[in-house]
Design a protein around this ligand. Structure first.
Ligand code: ADP
Ligand code: MG
Length: 406
């Protein structure tokens, strides 16, 4: 045989024997999945605050999150007897059986976040429940407890995360600029403010309040804070669908779509203004984004994308949120139904709000773009439009007074 075909691995003799990783190293490795960057810490802490029923959430950031991320809430708090457990891996109060996993109603459930965050930073938590007279302060370094004491504290939880990734130089090296990290944090907080208009959010960077909402529950008001009053005024509330049956299948309707759609005159060169939530959870789903885009079929120039903020409410058992550690992608049991519910809701809103419906040669059924079956087209047209056999939406009057935010 060719003597070069066997090349002994020079590493082999110096390799270590097989060993179980220390708990600390294992959590550092696992932490990488959940805590990719500062904005992931903000996401996990804010989701915990929401799960705890907070009405007010204050987020304080320094150095784009590398120096400090602090999230203070007035939610249920963590009991003194459980505060250390909360930082153990796979410790959660939100799930106890496999059946629970099929019907998750909270944003968190994997019991990973606090352990992951603590493994790669210095954490100080102060928390008090309604039933306790005093709060507890716990300090951890790389996940190890360094102090614990009783303190005076209001009900709720404050978690401060400092020197993120201090012990993971590889991760630190790959962090983007402070500006990038800030932008990701800002985007996340504004999305959460949109999904939870009844919660009062306040975001502070370097001691300056950069964004806040009143918690009044008025989504349009939050839209004004995020996109400017001018844009918010033009947005069309998605028409409620009060049919009890799914128009396509005749089955009982289980999906509700609410939110706002922009008039066609308000459009962008990318999809970044199409924002989707399922049961209060922000998701990325290119197929559902496409459902929104399709609803604007022929109303937008090619290469332009609409504004849509879409809240989908559906039975928790029909959507699997346990697909990815960050829970940003979900899996629907019947994706086509969700797709058509979104497309229909937006389309009907556009048709109903069309200022001057006029007749022309536009025909919905024959575009060949996919998705628009003649039946779907019929379901979307009003009797008057059906009479004419075609429908033209005239948005030119609206488009004229649209100003695009930067
Ligand atoms: P998960 O959210 O998946 O349960 P976490 O590691 O994020 O896991 O949190 C662990 C547990 O700590 C939660 O289940 C909850 O009981 C408690 N907890 C975390 N943050 C808060 C908070 N802000 N308010 C009240 N309880 C909290
Ligand atoms: Mg959590």
């Amino acid at each position: 045989p060719n003597p070069t075909s066997y090349i002994p691995n020079p590493w082999y003799n110096t390799c270590m024997s097989i060993q179980v990783l220390t708990a600390q190293l294992a959590s550092q490795i696992a932490a990488g999945e959940v805590v990719e960057r500062p904005s992931s810490v903000v996401k996990e802490l804010v989701e915990n605050a929401l799960d705890a029923g907070a009405a007010t959430i204050n987020i304080t950031v320094r150095g784009g999150g590398r120096d400090l991320i602090q999230v203070a809430d007035n939610g249920a708090g963590i009991a003194a007897s459980e505060i250390e457990t909360a930082f153990l891996r796979h410790a959660t109060s939100k799930l106890s059986t496999a059946d629970d996993l099929a019907a998750i109603e909270t944003l968190g459930f994997r019991g990973e976040a606090l352990a992951a965050i603590a493994a790669v930073s210095h954490v100080t938590v102060v928390s008090r429940t309604a039933a306790e007279d005093a709060g507890t302060r716990l300090q951890l370094e790389g996940g190890e407890k360094i102090s614990r004491e009783l303190v005076g504290a209001p009900q709720g939880t404050v978690i401060a995360v400092e020197t993120l990734f201090y012990n993971v130089p590889a991760r630190l090296k790959f962090l983007k600029s402070i500006t990038t990290e800030r932008r990701l944090i800002d985007e996340f907080i504004t999305r959460m403010a949109l999904a939870y208009p009844q919660v009062r959010f306040r975001l502070t960077h370097e001691n300056r309040i950069t964004f806040q909402t009143s918690g009044s529950g008025d989504l349009q008001e939050v839209l004004g804070e995020v996109y400017g009053a001018d844009t918010a005024r033009q947005l069309l509330p998605i028409l409620p669908d009060d049919r009890s049956q799914d128009a396509a299948t005749g089955e009982p309707r289980t999906i509700t779509v609410t939110g706002f759609a922009g008039p066609p005159g308000l459009n962008w060169a990318n999809r970044s203004r199409i924002i989707l939530f399922v049961n209060g959870r922000w998701i990325k789903d290119s197929s559902l984004s496409y459902a929104v885009i399709q609803a604007y079929h022929t109303l937008l120039p090619t290469g332009r994308f609409p504004f849509g903020i879409i809240f989908i409410t559906m039975p928790v058992a029909d959507v699997d949120v346990n697909v990815h550690p960050t829970k940003i992608e979900v899996r629907f049991q019947r994706p086509n139904r969700v797709f058509s519910a979104v497309q229909r809701a937006v389309r009907e809103t556009l048709i109903a709000e069309s200022p001057v419906p006029a007749v022309s040669s536009w025909s919905m059924g024959t575009s060949g773009a996919g998705g628009w079956t003649p039946a779907a087209a019929r379901a979307l047209t009003t009797p008057r439009e059906t009479d004419q056999g075609a429908l033209q939406l005239d948005w030119s009057s609206h488009a004229a007074d649209v100003t695009l935010p930067p």
